[in-house]
Ligand binder design. Sequence first.
Ligand code: UDP
Length: 313
Amino acid sequence: MKYLITGGAGFIGSHLIGKIITKADKVIVLDNLLTGSKKNIEKFIKLDNFEFKPHDIQHHYDISEKMDYVIHLASCASPLAYTKFPINTLKSGSIGTINALGIARKFNSKFLLSSTSEIYGDPKISPQSEDYWGNVNPTGPRSMYDESKRFAEAATQAYVSEYDLNANIIRIFNTYGENMQLNDGRVVTNFIVQALNNDNITIYGDGLQTRSFSYIEDTVNGLLLALNYPKSEIFNIGNDNEMSIKDLATLILELTKSDSKIIYKKLPVDDPLQRKPDLTKSKKILGYQPKIDIVTGLSKTIQWIKNNSNKIV
Ligand code: UDP
């Protein structure tokens, strides 16, 4: 099987490649390395069945070799990154998705879109199931990400209805683990780096806002289940173990045995107050089941960050 992965040098892409590379006939990664890193794919570059092409999918990519799978991961994904690169974020979700869909259409490949829980915005219901339309500010500070992914979903659905493409959309909820960028402002990495350095832990707002954190291995397993699902569907992928940001801070302080103090900073505008996936559909249809609990996942992540301590910023 041959795979084309946009954004394959990113956090999720690098783990996905690790899962498929030994059995794949070929894996081609397109990445502009804006937020991805060559380091994430270093160990694959020497392999005969792996190709890395520095390319931004917002520009047409000419390919004549038939791909069995097209997986569109390319996007800025952290609030810090998409705020820094708003136009690129909009283009990778819009033009980039159309270009990736065009490649899949050409070869009748299976298509997978990595969408996000952000399409639910600041949800008015909890947990969020796939049929919830969301509560999104179309021009707010997170809009470049939320709306580009909403467009990406609409585009994918259009290729399903007009061209009968087999395409699945996964809405990925907050995922953490090895290979995350340590300086992109995400809460898990921020708190761990702060705790290991005995710096203040910065909680934004009162810390009562919630997220549901999924360890990377569970998220990638869900991605692969969706990729191989023969019909075209939309699935939430993540872990439904919801917790407050304050409880996350306390847990990370415990696990790192840190002396850091918690300080409170302003909550960013439009920061969602709650987020919890309803996994009923993905469990029932895909047999998806997240397995790694937060203590195990955080402990592995802390260890990885310690081992890469030269990266601590
Ligand atoms: N957050 C925080 N301190 C930080 C970084 C983030 O309290 O140093 C909060 C942030 O305001 C949000 C939650 O943690 O409520 C998750 O933030 P993240 O950027 O990781 O993901 P997202 O908001 O996209 O879910």
